[in-house]
Ligand binder design. Structure first.
Ligand code: ADP
Ligand code: ADP
Length: 229
C-alpha cells in the first residue's frame, strides 16, 4: 500500500474552473515523486488537495489506504510538511523561525539542518549566531534563503511526507545542487512529493509525473522520459 495515493482525482475550483482530470499517482514510503509541467498545469492544486484545502470533485486521495475524508484534519496535517513557493519569514530570530516547527530542537540540531540547506553563512554573517534577527526588522534574506529556511523548518518537524512547491525556483546552481543532496538525504526516512517547472530539479526522483492542462501526459524516471521525448 502506498503511503500517499491519488486515485483518478478530478477537481474543479469553487468558481467552476476545472483544473484536474483523472490524476493518479502514488508515493511509497521513502519514495521521491516529482510533479512537473508548465505553469497552470495544476501542480500547486494537487498539493492543495493533498493538504485537504478543498473537497475533490471525483476520485480519492488515500493515506496508507485510508481515504483522507475519513481522517481527522489534524492527523493529516501532522504527517505533512508543506513548503510553499513564497515561504514567509516571521519577525524574530532565526532560531525563533526554526523552533516554530520543532520547539524541542536543540542548537546542534538547528546547526545541522542549517548546514543541510546551505544557510550557515547567513548565521555566520552575524555575531549573534542563531539569535540573528531575520524578517522585516533584521537581516534581509534573499528569496532563495527564505525558501531554504522554510525547508529547514519543515525538515525539523520530521513529517512522513514533505510537499515542496518549486523548491529550487530561486536558487543558483550551487545551492540547487546542495538542496538536491539534502532532499535525497531527507528521503531516506520520509517521502517527498516535489513540484517543479524544471526537470533538472528532480533528476533523482523515483518517478516523475508530467502534468499538462490537468492531465497526466507522461510518467517515468528521468531517463525514461528523456528517451521517449
Ligand atoms: P501550477 O501549479 O501547475 O502552475 P495551479 O495548480 O496553480 O498550476 O493552477 C492550475 C489552474 O487552476 C490554473 O488555470 C489556475 O489559474 C487555476 N487556479 C488556481 N487557483 C485557483 C483558485 N483558487 N480559483 C480558481 N482557479 C484557480
Ligand atoms: P504557479 O505555480 O503557476 O506559479 P501558484 O503556485 O502561484 O502558480 O498558484 C496559482 C494560484 O493557485 C494561486 O494564486 C492560488 O490561488 C492557488 N493556489 C496555489 N497553491 C495553493 C494552495 N496550497 N492552497 C490554495 N490555493 C492555492
Amino acid at each position: 500500500t502506498p503511503l500517499l495515493e491519488l486515485d483518478d482525482v478530478t477537481f474543479a475550483y469553487p468558481d467552476g474552473t476545472e483544473v484536474l482530470r483523472g490524476v493518479s499517482l502514488s508515493v511509497p514510503a521513502g519514495g521521491r515523486v516529482a510533479l512537473v509541467g508548465p505553469s497552470g498545469a495544476g501542480k500547486s492544486t494537487v498539493l492543495a488537495l493533498v493538504e485537504g484545502f478543498y473537497p475533490l470533485t471525483g476520485g480519492a486521495i488515500r493515506w496508507a489506504g485510508t481515504d483522507v475524508r475519513d481522517l481527522p484534519r489534524a492527523a493529516l496535517r501532522a504527517r505533512l510538511g508543506y513548503v510553499e513557493q513564497e515561504a514567509p519569514v516571521l519577525a524574530g530570530s532565526l532560531r525563533d523561525n526554526l523552533l516554530l516547527a520543532a520547539p524541542e530542537a536543540t542548537d546542534p540540531e538547528l546547526w545541522a539542518v542549517l548546514a543541510d540547506v546551505g544557510l550557515t553563512e547567513v548565521v555566520q554573517r552575524s555575531p549573534r549566531g542563531l539569535d540573528v534577527p531575520v524578517g522585516d526588522d533584521g537581516v534581509l534574506l534573499s528569496g532563495g534563503e527564505r525558501q531554504r529556511l522554510a525547508i529547514a523548518r519543515s525538515l525539523l518537524a520530521r513529517p512522513a511526507v514533505l510537499l515542496l512547491d518549486e523548491p529550487t525556483a530561486s536558487l543558483d546552481a550551487r545551492n540547487e545542487g546542495l538542496l538536491r543532496r539534502t532532499l535525497a538525504a531527507a528521503a531516506a526516512d520520509r517521502a517527498l512529493l516535489v513540484v517543479a517547472h524544471r526537470l533538472s530539479t528532480v533528476l533523482d526522483s523515483d518517478e516523475i509525473v508530467v502534468l499538462d492542462a490537468g492531465r497526466v501526459v507522461a510518467r517515468g524516471t528521468h531517463d525514461e522520459l528523456v528517451e521517449t521525448s
